[in-house]
Design a binder for this molecule. Structure first.
Ligand SMILES: O=c1ccn([C@H]2C[C@H](O)[C@@H](COP(=O)(O)OP(=O)(O)OP(=O)(O)O)O2)c(=O)[nH]1
Ligand SMILES: [Mg+2]
Length: 149
């Protein structure tokens, strides 16, 4: 599929988000910074621009901003909102809430790939109000009701 994109940071003209391998699900997002950004451990998250804006247009799609597993697992660079949800009608700059959940200072360099964007299909539901649900195998069981083995 094709998505409209605006390049807000001209340094990204030849460096648009791309799939690293044919099977990649995520498009890496770069930090549109003018200078390195230092994130102290446990400090409140900092909003970092990505230098691009996308317009999905079709309400049957959304995009998710997710941590990169290497940075998240090894350095503790994750997202202040845990997961970012990009609505199909959002036209502003894609932002990354950068949060250092680790114990060491993290320095994000300009144009470093800090997070990834995954385009996903979405179903917009409507509600059908009922008094009782038709019985299901699970019923109201949850929170470990099926055991662990
Ligand atoms: O990590 C993120 C999360 C959100 N957004 C943008 C796109 C999204 O469509 C918009 C609104 O996000 P969301 O609906 O999650 O936030 P909200 O707090 O509900 O704001 P709003 O009232 O604007 O919907 O902010 C980002 O750029 N990055
Ligand atoms: Mg919202």
């Amino acid at each position: 599929m094709y998505i409209d994109i605006r390049i807000l940071d001209t340094r990204l003209n030849d460096d648009l988000p791309s799939y690293a391998t044919p099977g990649s699900a995520g498009l890496d997002l770069r930090a549109s910074l003018q200078e390195p950004l230092t994130l102290a451990p446990g400090a409140p998250a900092t909003l970092v621009g990505t230098g691009i804006a996308i317009y999905l247009r079709d309400p049957g799609y959304a995009a998710l901003v997710l941590p990169r597993s290497g940075l998240g697992h090894k350095k503790g660079l994750v997202l202040g909102n845990l997961v970012g949800l990009i609505d199909s009608d959002y036209q502003g700059e894609l932002m990354v809430s950068a949060w250092n959940r680790g114990h060491d200072t993290i320095v994000i360099e300009p144009l470093e790939r800090i997070a990834q964007l995954v385009i996903v299909p979405v179903v917009q539901a409507r509600f059908n109000i009922v008094e009782q649900f038709e019985a299901s195998a699970r019923g109201t069981g949850g929170y470990g009701s099926t055991g662990t083995r």
